[in-house]
Ligand binder design. Structure first.
Ligand code: NI
Length: 185
């Protein structure tokens, strides 16, 4: 019996499916990186000290609250432009000074799911993005880059306002979420 039919008959493994299985595995890892990115952002939000949402790096800079709502807004705008079939309503205000951390967490978890579903569906169906990006995965990468950029600004604003969060406290719920083996965000 040939190896491929042996595998198919005994283990239910079809060698022809293997490249697809590998692609599925890659997609799963990429979506998992997106889930971790959002978990880290929400962890930072949850770790804010009292008054943290009002902190700004300098006069005229956005507040921490506005940076969080901007991130949420940008996610939804790009989905609406590039994958309108998966779009959710885009907030009227881009830099909303929302003061309820629970509400901000709810917004971030919502827009994270909108981005996730849009990218997953576009990749699985082999469809292209409408306006930007050579590949749907680039939306994920762009958002992760954008959010890391603002994550640093949020930490700087907290520091300037005298609300710095020490690495011992924030490290395990941010950097470690990326690196930990054997866990899922
Ligand atoms: Ni931005």
């Amino acid at each position: 019996m040939k190896l491929d039919s042996l595998l198919t008959n005994t283990l239910g493994i079809n060698l022809l499916d293997m490249p697809d299985a590998r692609n599925q595995d890659l997609l799963k890892a990429l979506l998992n990186s997106w889930d971790r990115n959002n978990a880290i952002l929400v962890n930072l939000l949850r770790a804010l000290p009292a008054g943290g949402l009002q902190a700004r790096a300098m006069e005229g800079s956005p507040s921490v609250a506005e940076l969080f709502t901007h991130i949420h807004y940008v996610r939804l705008v790009f989905v609406s432009e590039d994958a309108p079939e998966f779009a959710a309503e885009v907030p009227r205000e881009e830099w909303a000074a929302e003061q309820d951390p629970d509400r901000i967490a709810e917004l971030l978890n919502h827009s994270a799911k909108v981005v996730r579903d849009a990218v997953k569906n576009k990749v699985e169906s082999g469809a292209e993005m409408d306006l930007h990006y050579d590949h749907p995965i680039l939306l994920l990468q762009h958002m992760i880059w954008h959010e890391g950029y603002h994550h640093g600004q949020i930490k700087l604003a907290l520091k300037v306002a005298g609300h710095a969060i020490g690495n011992k406290e924030i490290g395990p719920v941010t950097w470690q979420v990326w690196m930990k083996k054997g866990t899922h965000a």
